[in-house]
Each structure stands twice: as C-alpha cells, then as structure tokens.
Design a protein around this ligand. Structure first.
Ligand code: RP5
Length: 174
C-alpha cells in the first residue's frame, strides 16, 4: 500500500523509482502513481520536494539522485510547476512530469509549466491529474522493464488484464 509521504525513515535500500511532489496536497493525485507501482511490484520512495518552498531539498535530492541509486524520477506539481524541470536540470535520470490539477486553472497552468521545456533538458510530460500519474508509473515501469525480464512479464500481464476487463458491449447497469 502507498503510504503518506514523506516517510519518517528512508527505505533501507534505494528503490528504483522516486516519486517527488511539490506539496502534501499533490499526494491525492500522485498516489495513483504509487498504487500503480505497487500493482506492478516496483519499489519507490515518495517524497515532498518543493522547488520554491524547499529549494535546498530539491537541489540535494536531484543532484544526488543517480548516485543514490534511483533509476527513474516521477515528479508531480501544480500551478507554476517548475519541480519536474528543475529536477531534470540537475539529474541525467529520466524525469516524468505529472501536471497536478490546480484550483485556479484546472491544471492548464501546471501542464504548460511542465511541458514547454526548452530543447536540451527533457521532461516526459504526462496528462493532467491521476491519469498522468498512473501513466507516469507505467512509463517508469516500462523503462525499468528493459533490463528486468520479470518486471516486463508483470507489465505484460497488467496490460493483458486491462484488455481483458473491457466488455464487448455497454451495459445499462454499469
Ligand atoms: C505547488 O503548489 C504544489 O505542487 C501544489 O500543486 C501547489 C499548491 O500547493 P499547496 O498550496 O497546496 O501546498 O507547489
């Protein structure tokens, strides 16, 4: 089960995925990434790392992420959402950005803040909200599966189950 970040104690061993988010309020969205990784048996560390409220925490995390042993970073933020781009600026690891739906502009601000990276510092940007968080986790798993045949099998099974869950015809009572 996904726990509420930040963890009081870091995991004993660095998991392959870091899920970072700008605020506790982002967890309602980013939990979808955590739950998807849980379903795939992929370990992660979920942390609150704010680009503007805790910039030193961001610097320390992002600049040391590869050395710490992380393989992929999922970064969710809302509003003027510079967290994914700033993280990507400080690490060579793949960064997947999740635009969190904001109250004022429904996440359009978050999306545009994350997606329009100038050439040279990529952020793989997902859809606004929980769909984006879920898909960020699936992309992270797909990256890791390139070097992990057992995970590739679990990912195939996850997708097959999803396909199998789609009915041929709509029902009135669903
Ligand atoms: C961003 O500001 C966070 O990523 C969050 O989506 C947004 C609002 O944060 P709170 O005011 O809810 O802490 O930094």
């Amino acid at each position: 089960m996904a726990e509420t970040p930040p963890a009081e104690m870091p995991p004993a061993e660095t998991p392959p995925v870091a899920i970072i988010m700008g605020s506790q309020s982002d967890w309602a969205t980013m939990r979808a990434a955590a739950e998807t990784l849980d379903a795939l048996g992929v370990a992660y560390d979920a942390r609150i790392v704010s680009a503007h409220r805790t910039p030193k925490r961001l610097y320390d995390f992002a600049s040391g992420a590869r050395e710490a042993g992380f393989k992929v970073i999922i970064a969710g933020a809302g509003g003027a959402a510079h967290l994914p781009g700033m993280a990507a600026a400080m690490t060579p690891l793949p960064v997947f950005g999740v635009p969190v739906e904001s109250k004022a502009l429904s996440g359009q601000d978050s999306l545009l803040s994350i997606v329009q990276m100038p050439a040279g510092v990529p952020v793989g940007t997902l859809a606004i909200g929980k769909a984006g968080a879920t898909n960020a986790a699936l992309l992270a798993a797909a990256v890791l599966a390139l070097a992990d045949p057992a995970l590739a099998e679990r990912l195939d099974a996850w997708r097959a189950a999803q396909t199998g869950s789609v009915a041929d015809r709509p029902r009135d009572d669903a």
